[in-house]
Design a protein around this ligand. Structure first.
Ligand code: FAD
Length: 558
């Protein structure tokens, strides 16, 4: 049963007369009358308000890239239109038309909806739940969002699928080899195999092998940025640390911009199941946890811009006064300004030195194991390298779905993995552990896809060769600090030093550095990118909360 069927009352709550009167206090707009069939909001429209219906009905429909339209529901008096997109000004995923008798409705802009959600505990909970569940139902039900046409398992199609899934955008994948509708569209548009995958956006735009940035623009995931604005806080990285900083800073009234080059959730967003985060005794998928944090940050008004990559931090040199803004330069050449910057850019997966490894990325080699990868390797033999907790989680997640897991580790698991994961792996009948071994070679087939791997025993020199199409690498991470280009002090591994750990500077602000402050006043570092941090979700979230008090203290006049 779909979410809409099981939780209809929560997805489409009806406000009573007292609740309608309470909600109306948050909008300064006059009620507006719409004629029968008149468009109230269109698919993909940015900054569309949410509407509270006072009389009549609104027909809510969805459409996919192939122009297949379907009715989602009919809303009546006391109901609010909208879902998560309306909180942040992103492109809408549904369209609304006045019903056969027309309707009267009152508009709530994004800031008014946020004020209502925060200002009224009862209505806030009801609306927030409805908005989140509406997005979940759009993700579950086929027929909303964009259509990707290509060959499943190819690098660009996997990249786009991952990008959309990780950002909570619905999409349908059509196999160009077997789906007649997909083949027809490819023939009609005259594209070659080099143009695949095609991405057909709900507004009808067809993109040929788009980059994530192009896909984000077309779908309205990337918000319009006000380049003239000076934010109180710019957070680089939308992982647990960055999102926590955004929630605490925005809820305390600071203007916040979060930039992420890929998706919200960072590394945690790629985790199949996080079992040691406080408050979730049965565990929670990284994507679900990150999705909640993302919604929470938006509720408090943090702006979140994805996928945008920061290329440089410009601190203005030693002559910079504390009152002057810091500049962040994006890889697309644009600049953004903020009074403080939080470095929350985390870490990236380490690559073992295997010749030709790069050529198999997205063609059999993965650095995370989400539902997308699990589907691709269903029923097959796979190999997984790494002995840390993230490797253990991936084995536990993948083993029930695949034929066999060959797990390659340098040291005994007891040295690197939590006991609960070691016990779970021991109970899995289809996992073989090669302790004291490493992967030394990969083979590809005529299409360039992975088709085999060779392991070698470190002491014995014994070689094992297996035909396999999927290799997962979980061998640790290095800091994502290239964009800082030596502007802040780092340790010998590139992790950012905070507090008094760096060499004394002339301290132009006339105070000691704060515990999470870098060698540049007003620039803070939190989470995995920070030297000495505990590489865990809870630690990253804790630092995200703690840094806000320090930002207040840095921004207040001495
Ligand atoms: C598979 C896996 C499973 C895990 N499981 C657990 C677990 O069960 N429990 C636990 O406690 N921990 C777990 N961890 C560790 C945990 O996920 C990390 O400690 C945590 O995510 C760190 O958060 P962070 O915000 O500091 O950095 P990250 O999560 O690394 O996020 C950093 C973000 O910054 C972005 N970014 C980087 N550079 C730029 C740039 N120049 N411009 C814009 N954006 C940029 C990245 O795209 C990324 O989204 C796991 C990690 C992995 C990989």
């Amino acid at each position: 049963m779909s979410v809409i069927e099981t939780r209809r009352e929560q997805i489409f709550p009806v406000l009573d007369a007292i609740q309608i009167a309470a909600a109306r206090r948050f909008s300064d707009n006059e009620p507006r009358r719409f004629q029968p069939g008149e468009t109230i909001f269109s698919l993909g429209e940015r900054n569309a308000p949410a509407w509270l219906i006072l009389e009549g009905e609104i027909d809510i429909t969805r459409r996919d890239g192939l122009n297949r339209e379907a009715q989602i529901t009919v809303m009546g008096p006391g109901q609010f239109t909208g879902e998560m997109s309306e909180l942040s000004g992103r492109g809408t995923l549904a369209a609304g038309r006045a019903g056969s008798e027309g309707c009267v409705a009152i508009a709530f802009r994004a800031d008014q909806i946020r004020a209502l959600i925060i200002g009224s505990a009862e209505l806030g909970e009801m609306l927030m739940r409805a908005f989140i569940l509406r997005r979940v139902s759009l993700l579950q039900d086929v027929g909303a969002g964009s259509v990707l046409i290509g060959q499943p398992g190819t690098p660009d199609l996997s990249r786009l699928q991952n990008f959309l899934t990780r950002n909570g955008y619905p999409c349908t994948v059509l196999d160009v080899a077997s789906d007649p509708q997909a083949r027809e569209l490819v023939e009609q548009t005259g594209v070659t195999s080099a143009d695949l995958p095609l991405m057909v956006c709900p507004n009808g735009t067809v993109l040929r092998r788009p980059s994530n940035a192009e896909a984000g623009m077309c779908l309205g995931i990337t918000p319009d940025l006000d380049l003239a604005k000076q934010y109180d806080v710019a957070v680089v990285g939308g992982g647990p640390a960055g999102l926590a900083a955004a929630v605490y800073a925005a809820s305390e009234g600071l203007s916040v911009l979060v930039l992420d080059q890929r998706a919200f959730g960072g590394q945690a967003g790629t985790s199949a199941r996080i079992e040691n985060y406080l408050g979730f005794p049965t565990g929670i998928s990284g994507l679900a946890l990150a999705g909640r944090a993302f919604s929470q940050a938006q509720k408090f008004g943090a702006e979140i811009a994805i996928p945008l990559e920061v290329a440089h931090l410009d601190c203005g040199g030693s002559a910079r006064r504390a009152s002057e803004p810091l500049r962040l330069e994006l890889t697309d050449g644009r600049s953004l300004y903020a009074r403080s910057v939080v470095v929350a850019s985390g870490a990236r997966y380490r690559q073992p030195s295997i010749p030709n490894l790069d050529s198999f990325e997205g063609a059999g080699v993965s650095y995370w194991a989400s539902a997308v990868e699990a589907k691709l390797c269903e029923g097959e033999e796979i190999s997984l390298v790494g002995g840390g907790n993230s490797a253990g989680q991936a084995v536990v997640f993948l083993a029930p779905k695949v034929k066999h897991v060959h797990m390659v580790v340098r040291r005994p698991l007891e040295a690197t993995m939590s006991r609960y994961l070691i016990d779970r792996i021991a109970a899995l009948p289809n996992v073989t552990i090669y302790t004291g071994a490493e992967v030394i070679a990969l083979e590809g087939d005529e299409t360039g896809a992975l088709c085999g791997a060779t392991f070698r025993g470190l002491d014995s020199g014994k070689l094992y060769n297996y035909p396999l199409r999927h290799l997962f690498l979980f061998i640790g991470a290095d800091p994502n600090g290239d964009w800082l280009a030596q502007r802040v002090a780092v340790d010998n591994r590139g992790f950012v030093i905070t507090g008094r750990g760096f060499a004394p500077t002339d301290e132009p602000v006339g105070r000691d550095p704060l515990p999470l402050e870098t060698s540049v006043p007003g620039v803070f570092a939190i989470g995995d990118v920070r030297a000495g941090s505990t590489k865990r979700v809870a630690a990253a979230v804790g630092e995200g909360a703690a840094v806000v008090a320090q930002i207040h203290s840095a921004l207040s006049p001495v």
